[in-house]
Design a protein around this ligand. Structure first.
Ligand SMILES: Cc1cc2nc3c(=O)[nH]c(=O)nc-3n(C[C@H](O)[C@H](O)[C@H](O)COP(=O)(O)OP(=O)(O)OC[C@H]3O[C@@H](n4cnc5c(N)ncnc54)[C@H](O)[C@@H]3O)c2cc1C
Length: 369
């Protein structure tokens, strides 16, 4: 009997190290489909859109590349501008699809969509593959171009010393590809191990792996806590003492707060869709601790703006910093003046991003809006 499969691509936009694509390879007829959900382009209740212009551009480039790569295998990528459950349901019926192949998702919406599809298509065989994590459930509990380029340089060997830099060049820069799945964490670790064997293994190369474990941690955290990832009180029993102040939020977004370092980071984010890990920590601490704003507004803004947005890493890190995540130390409150002296002692970063212009003084009236 002819087997018709539909491969629903999500955060696995690559050919290599892709278990889902391998599972799809033995179908007699195969449809490769990516859905652009119209909801991604509309503001949520936190006033930001799930997909902003920087990541949208990056996504278009990745989809174009993938379509080109698939054509070598006689396939093409069908991109539909439709909510996935309806879009896939229609295709399943139209093409008499008997097998749906997709990657395991850790995000709640994606998992609910798959459950709904399964309920609506009870005879459909569903194959889910782990493509977005380093490990699979059996490993737990514990106890491309850029890839080649990065590992051909000396940067991995001094990663630990540079990763805290505000301009972002100190990190490995792999997060956008890891987020949309153009690169798998296993591919990255394999390249790291090669580098360690052929060039040097030191504290820095270990640290890069260690950071990937943070990413891994947040993936499994998202899967475990489900809706808790988006709750105001996170995984705690009491909500934080923050609220929503429209004026303050606008200052934060526009980079006109009283803190030049925060402003510089926020202007960099608006202009490029990027921000260093240090910058993310500082602006998150500012939103929660200095401005007293509900952390979810910050996470939603990051979701709209970041090229490397990853639901588990973003919302998980925000919870961690807001003191509603798994961190036993509670809320992380950074001293912004001290951080400025440490990470931008000569003010280069602040001047570059004009963090010291357009500063607005917070006043008590603002709290009422
Ligand atoms: C408030 C906040 C929001 C964040 N949102 C995201 C997000 O949406 N997407 C995202 O990929 N990362 C997010 N991070 C984590 C981190 O800031 C970025 O992964 C990192 O800055 C990306 O740059 P890089 O690839 O050079 O990282 P490197 O320092 O080179 O790290 C290597 C890889 O390890 C992973 N990693 C490093 N630090 C973390 C961390 N704290 N949490 C999870 N994974 C980590 C990333 O996959 C990264 O690409 C967030 C951090 C904070 C504090």
């Amino acid at each position: 009997m002819t087997r018709t499969a539909l491969y629903w691509l999500t955060h696995d936009l690559r050919i290599d190290d892709n278990a889902a694509l391998r599972a799809a390879a033995d179908a007699d007829r195969l449809l490769c489909v990516y859905c652009l959900d119209p909801d991604w382009f509309r503001p949520t209740r936190f006033q930001a859109k799930p997909l902003g212009e920087h990541r949208w551009r990056f996504l278009c480039e990745t989809l174009t590349e993938l379509n080109r790569a698939l054509q070598h295998y006689g396939q093409r990528l069908h991109v539909l501008f439709q909510e996935p459950v309806t879009a896939l349901g229609n295709l399943i019926e139209q093409y008499r699809v008997d097998t749906l192949i997709c990657s395991h998702a850790v995000g709640l919406d994606e998992r609910q969509q798959l459950e709904q599809l399964k309920a609506e298509q009870p005879t459909l065989a569903v194959i889910e593959c782990w493509t977005h994590t380093l490990f699979t459930p059996e490993h737990l509990p514990f106890g491309r171009e850029h890839l080649q380029h990065y590992f051909s340089t000396a940067r991995p060997a001094c990663y630990k010393d540079t990763r805290n830099a505000l301009d972002g060049d100190g990190g490995s820069g792999f997060s956008p590809w890891l987020a949309n799945g153009a690169l798998s964490p296993r591919q990255l670790v394999a390249a790291l191990r090669d580098y360690e064997q052929q060039r040097v293994a030191n504290e820095s190369t270990y640290w890069l792996f260690f950071e990937l474990l943070w990413r891994e941690y947040f993936q499994w955290y998202a899967l475990k806590y489900g809706v808790g990832l988006f709750r105001f009180r996170g995984i705690k029993t009491h909500p934080p003492l923050t609220s929503f102040y429209a004026g303050r939020y606008r200052q934060w977004i526009e980079g006109t707060t009283p803190w030049p370092i925060v402003n510089a980071c926020m202007k960099q984010l608006a202009a490029t869709g990027l921000m260093s890990n240090r910058g993310r920590q500082l602006v998150a601490s500012c939103l929660v601790n200095e401005l007293g704003i509900d952390w979810r507004y910050g996470a939603a803004w990051f979701q709209q703006q970041l090229i490397d947005h990853d639901v588990a890493s973003n919302w998980g890190n925000w919870q961690y910093l807001a003191g509603v995540g798994a961190d036993p130390r509670g809320q992380r409150h950074f001293d912004l003046d001290k951080q400025t002296r440490l990470y931008d002692p000569h003010g280069h970063f602040i001047r570059h991003w004009q963090g010291d212009t357009g500063i607005t003084v917070l006043d008590s009236v603002d709290c009422a809006d």
